[in-house]
Design a protein around this ligand. Sequence first.
Ligand code: GLN
Length: 308
Amino acid sequence: MRSPVQQYLDDVHAGLVDELGGSTKSKNPELAQADPMMFGMAITTADGYTYASGDADVPFSIQSISKVFGYALALQDRGFVYMDERIDVEPSGDPFNEISLDAETGKPKNPLINAGAIAATAQIRSTTKKSAFDRILEVCSAAAGRELELNQKVYEYDRDTGKRNRALAWLLASSEIIEGDPIQAFDDYSRQCSISVTTKDLSVMAATLANLGTNPITGQDVFDTEVVQRVLSVMLTCGMYDDSGDWVSTVGLPAKSGVGGGILGALPGQLGLASFSPPLDQHGSSVRGLRAYKQISTDLELHFVRTS
Ligand code: GLN
């Protein structure tokens, strides 16, 4: 017999398969090829149970959701004072790829827009054995509870065409937010966006955040509690870019979307959520995903302001 949670998830999924809004017109041919009918949803509870519905095992590109994990790793490596001197935590109200730097200091507004994410990735420590990207991949894998991989084609396309992100990396170097090689930071960022995940992976990654840094399935401690508190706060205010205000009002959960079609959401102490559906709205967020979150948040009363 299906559990009530499984049944509920299947019902939400079935109710949204006819939602045909949004576009898959990505500049990246690998993303543009995504089947617009693909639709996966998953929930992993903070005590480690996963419920999945639809295309929850289909791999897709993590894209901007990786920014959460890159920032968390940089915070672990460098601490709050160091990171706060370089990246603010203010909502920008700007699109994700905006040249959103403070006029005087050159600081990015927050770590979840491209400028701030490239700046954060640049702070991740590397060793002779492990590059910064190796460490991001390792941390994403630890949060997902399995070894994740890079999608080489997505990466090569982003690397070869990402002129705006390259420009951002150079701008950050000009204001000394990036002290090392800006092209290395750009390259690491392009790679982190090209990590392949499934909806189930994403829900476990979300549950690791909801469980304050410990993967609830493997028991591995991935992030310190204070780092998770900071990251979830920034997700709540900045995770959906120039749609963040509407998101906080209607869904009220820390979340992060990516142009690969994924949305990760976390309810601290309770559960991690994930959705995957490629057609995107004008902000770069999955249309079906947004609807799924709105419905689940309302039905299960997940909004951080409780009304009953
Ligand atoms: N790789 C994309 C970029 O940097 C990620 C954008 C996103 O998912 N919003 O432009």
